[in-house]
Design a binder for this molecule. Structure first.
Ligand SMILES: CC(=O)N[C@H]1[C@@H](OP(=O)(O)OP(=O)(O)OC[C@H]2O[C@@H](n3ccc(=O)[nH]c3=O)[C@H](O)[C@@H]2O)O[C@H](CO)[C@@H](O)[C@@H]1O
Ligand SMILES: C=C(OP(=O)(O)O)C(=O)O
Length: 450
């Protein structure tokens, strides 16, 4: 399966003949938002680590390459896909080699603490990731400075060191940022003394990273009210860990089932990590059957009900679920309202949905009650979706990971033919997605591209 997925390249083109309900079973493996970070954590150890349930996605390839450039031996078991990461010969990498990864992903910024701990310095390329807002790294750099790091901006990235070592700190985040919380965890575990983080993010992927670090020997207490206390230790060992499953991929398939009038069993979907999504799915009129091995998502027939929805940090409605679900909302009878409070610019993908027949109006106002950083700031961050509207095929270029997958869902639900260019972006977070679409009965052709 993995070998054939290699055919999907950045410039690949998918021609989709829509209107077929997606039916069958897909399997989701480890979370894109945990696996690369657990790989980075391996750098903190003084012995090899073993990571299980690793998906074949591009973010894993990128972090593999970055770790290898730093002397970490990364081996993939050909049968299971499990990774063994041996950091015992970690070394400084050539800046030019690192810079070749500029714009690839958001993970490199998380190498700062682990690299300083293991080799004393870090060169970090400019970040990539989805263009769904400005996505600054000011919290990361503030946090690192509070630990005693010295940050120098340079063309193409930053260089960072800690001439007097990294020391525990009392830190308060202005917003519960996932990445900045992980930055603190990955830096504090081997910093001297105690770190107290207030305003922490508490997403399931962060809790899984805490579990990884605890296996390595870290002392981390997750207290209530978004406070995490870390007692630094001088050394960490390796870990053996099975990554939690990808709740965002699972939610994407769930939305695809609803939008196409289909029925998909998502093996590996975890109820515990998706409770907020499952409540919304049920209110919308989606069918659910929660089982030990996964969750069946289906369109039960009849009309879907419109919703008022706000994205938020965990335990709120995850922003990465928003884009695929909006496609399903175009098929609800009446007016739905979605207020995006995590990213200021996550509705750009709706332009293509409009060309496919959806009625979606974007607004600058906060159409919701969650206190939001974007009101009065001219960002089109609320959407009003009027349905149900039949969708028809269109051509589109994949804009980003979730936006691109949402366009695919719309094309699969639409009557007629759609042509999607640049579909390789979707490999950043969805493994084997063309094989999975084929197994669900989708009708499409793939042109491989360069
Ligand atoms: C690889 C990964 O795990 N990506 C996830 C991670 O992204 P990521 O970790 O980048 O997201 P954050 O939680 O940090 O970002 C949330 C908000 O904080 C802002 N911010 C963040 C850092 C900073 O230094 N300054 C700043 O202003 C961002 O612009 C954004 O508006 O969490 C997001 C929120 O659940 C998810 O959508 C992404 O899928
Ligand atoms: C925004 C996302 O990812 P990243 O932070 O890697 O860009 C996402 O997975 O939807």
């Amino acid at each position: 399966m993995g070998a054939s997925e290699e055919k999907v390249r950045m410039s690949s083109v998918l021609t989709i003949r829509g209107g077929i309900p997606l039916t069958g079973k897909v399997t989701v493996r480890g979370a894109k938002n945990l696996v690369p970070k657990a790989m980075v954590a391996a750098l903190l150890g003084n012995e090899p680590s073993r990571l299980r349930n690793v998906p074949e996605i591009q973010d894993v390839d990128i972090v593999t390459s970055l770790l290898q450039l730093h002397g970490v031996a990364v081996e993939r078991d050909a049968t299971t896909g499990d990774l063994t990461l041996d950091p015992t010969n970690a070394k400084t990498a050539r800046v030019a080699d690192i810079d070749a990864h500029a714009g690839d992903s958001r993970i490199p910024i998380l190498l700062c603490g682990p690299l300083i701990h293991s080799i004393g310095e870090a060169f970090i390329p400019d970040l990539g990731g989805c263009r769904i807002g400005d996505r600054p790294i000011d919290y990361h750099l503030d946090v690192l400075r509070q630990f005693g790091a010295v940050v120098d901006k340079r063309p193409g990235g930053i260089s960072i060191s800690a001439p007097r070592g990294l020391r525990g700190a009392k830190i308060t985040l202005p917003y519960p940022s996932v990445g900045a919380t992980e930055q603190v965890l990955l830096t504090a575990t081997r910093a001297e003394g105690v770190t107290e983080l207030k305003g922490a993010a508490i997403e399931p992927e962060i809790m899984d990273l805490v579990a990884v670090l605890q296996k390595m020997g870290a002392i981390i207490a997750v207290l209530n009210d978004r406070t995490i206390r870390i007692e630094g230790v001088p050394e960490l060992g390796g870990y053996t860990h099975r990554a939690l499953s990808d709740r965002n991929e699972a939610a994407s398939w769930a939305s695809a089932a609803l939008a196409t009038h289909g029925d998909i069993f998502v093996e590996g979907a975890s109820q515990r990590d998706m409770m907020t999504f499952l409540n919304v799915y049920r209110k919308l009129g989606g069918g659910l059957s929660i089982e030990d091995e996964g969750i069946r998502f289906f369109h039960p027939g009849g009309k879907l009900s419109p919703l008022v929805l706000e994205t938020d940090v965990h335990p709120g409605f995850m922003t990465d679920w928003q884009q695929p679900l909006v496609v399903a909302l175009t098929q609800a009878e009446g007016v739905s309202i979605v207020h995006e409070t995590v990213y200021e610019n996550r509705f750009g993908f709706t332009e293509a949905l409009g060309r496919m027949g959806a009625t979606i109006q974007l607004h600058r106002e906060c159409l919701g009650s969650v206190p939001c950083r974007f009101g009065q700031r001219n960002f089109l961050h609320s959407a009003v979706i009027s349905g149900a509207t039949p969708l028809h095929g269109a051509d589109f270029d994949v804009p980003d990971l979730r936006g691109g997958f949402s366009h695919l869902i719309a094309a699969l639900a639409a009557d007629g033919v759609s042509r999607a260019t640049g579909v390789g972006v979707i490999r950043r977070g969805y493994e084997y997605f063309t094989e999975k679409l084929g197994a669900l009965g989708a009708d499409f052709d793939l042109e491989e591209g360069q």
